[in-house]
Every structure is written in C-alpha cells, then in structure tokens.
Design a binder for this molecule. Sequence first.
Ligand code: GAR
Length: 209
Amino acid sequence: AKRVVVFISGGGSNMLALADACAAPDSPAEIVAVISDKAEAAGLAKAKARGIPTFAFERKNYDGKAEHEAAILAALDELQPDILCLAGYMRLISGAFIGRYDGRILNIHPSLLPLFAGLHTHQRAIDAGMKIAGCTVHFVTEGMDEGPIIAQAAVPVLGTDTAEKLAARLLGVEHKLYPLALKLVAEGMVRMEGGRAILSPVAQTSLAD
Ligand code: GAR
C-alpha cells in the first residue's frame, strides 16, 4: 500500500475519516504517521488512540519557516511517504517543500474552488447568497488553494444556515470525499500532469455510476 502521512492543525476529523478508510483490508493506502504544527491539536490524541505514530512540530520552536519545514522534511525522510494529505493543516507550504513531493500532496478545502479560497469560506459563501456550497480535494501547488482539482462534492445552503451549521453539514461530506480522492490517487487513477489532474478513463466510468 502507498504510505500516507496526514498533516493536521486541529480536530482531525478528516484525518480519522482517512484512517478509517485506510484500515479496510483492500485499501491501496496506509496512514504511517500524523504530523501537526500544534502540539495540543485534538486530532493528535485521536491518532494516537488508533496506534498511529504522531509528531508535533510547533512553528514557534524554530527560527523561521525554512527551519520549521526542514525539521518536518527530515521526519518525512525517515517515514518515506508516497503521499501527503493536508487535512485542516492551516499553514502554507513553501515551493521548495512542495518540490520535494510534487504531485503527491493533497489538500481538502471547504469550498467549491476556485470560489472562496482562503479563510472564512463558509461565511463568505453564505454572504454571497450561494445556494450550494461544497468541498474540494486538490493537488497542492504553490498558490494557496489553487492546485489542480481532483474531486468535489456539493451540499445545499439553507436559509437558516450559519457558518457553523454549514460547516458541520459540509464536514460530513468531506469525510466521504477525501477518502475517495486519496483512493484514486493511491491507485494511480488520478495524477497531476501539466497543471491538471488527469483522471484515467477507468476512474471516469466508475465515478459516472
Ligand atoms: C475542514 O473543514 C477542512 O476542510 C478545513 O478545515 C477543517 C478541518 O477539520 N480546511 C481548511 O480550511 C484549509 N484551508 P478537521 O480537523 O476536523 O478535519
């Protein structure tokens, strides 16, 4: 199976959804570690409870972004991951870092990209009067939330929605979409090429069902 390291900053519910999917006997991917930039991230305890090795690299313990990333890259050299999954990792990764894992870093963002990149996505979707919202799994490139789109899913925006209610409804869909997207990448059904996410014809057929 492909070796996956999941990056988190918070609750880690997407990380758990990935871990659950990867625990299936026929999974093409396995979670080999969870890395957080917050030592107190709730997701770390959840990963540990499942026996997944965890590492915290707090930004404040390093002189600069380059030193912080160097420490993480050194840990990754040991872990030898094939794929990195950002799951609520609230930190921009440098081009140099991405270059080491080009086409092998995935991120989930709680909007229908390219709409509402960045922060406060749920409130911005509500404020724009959107009637649907959604989430996007994409390959990570240097621009924030800009990389090639692998998969998306939509949910309705209700008249009674607050950012919190919409976020909760969306999170349930994220937990289905991210494992699907990881599976596609781990199986080689999707790859990044020429700035696009290329889906194999086999995958296109099964997604259309
Ligand atoms: C998720 O909604 C994820 O899409 C979002 O943070 C949440 C993390 O929740 N990511 C971003 O906003 C990235 N810019 P989780 O820790 O429970 O998975």
